[in-house]
Design a protein around this ligand. Structure first.
Ligand SMILES: [Zn+2]
Length: 75
């Protein structure tokens, strides 16, 4: 029953997306990396990631639902 301090509604100005043309998800940036990496397990996926301005992509992309990114609430 632990609650994280991060708000699920808080979306940073910059997020990370996979460079794949099939990517449709925005991830929270993993601050442990110098390069743009998603904070969730998707960082282990093949492919390259790039940081993007969130507002420009939000209309076409979904926010990642993993708890490390923007999922937050656990069922
Ligand atoms: Zn993610």
């Amino acid at each position: 029953m632990s609650k994280t301090a991060t708000s699920t509604r808080e979306v940073p100005e910059t997020t990370v997306r996979n460079r794949s043309q099939y990517a449709d998800t925005l991830h929270r940036i993993d601050s442990d990396h110098d390069e743009p990496f998603p904070a969730c397990w998707e960082q282990n996926r093949d492919g390259e990631f790039t940081d993007v301005p969130t507002v420009a992509y939000l209309p076409h992309y979904n926010l990642c639902g993993n708890p490390e990114c923007f999922g937050g609430e656990q069922a």
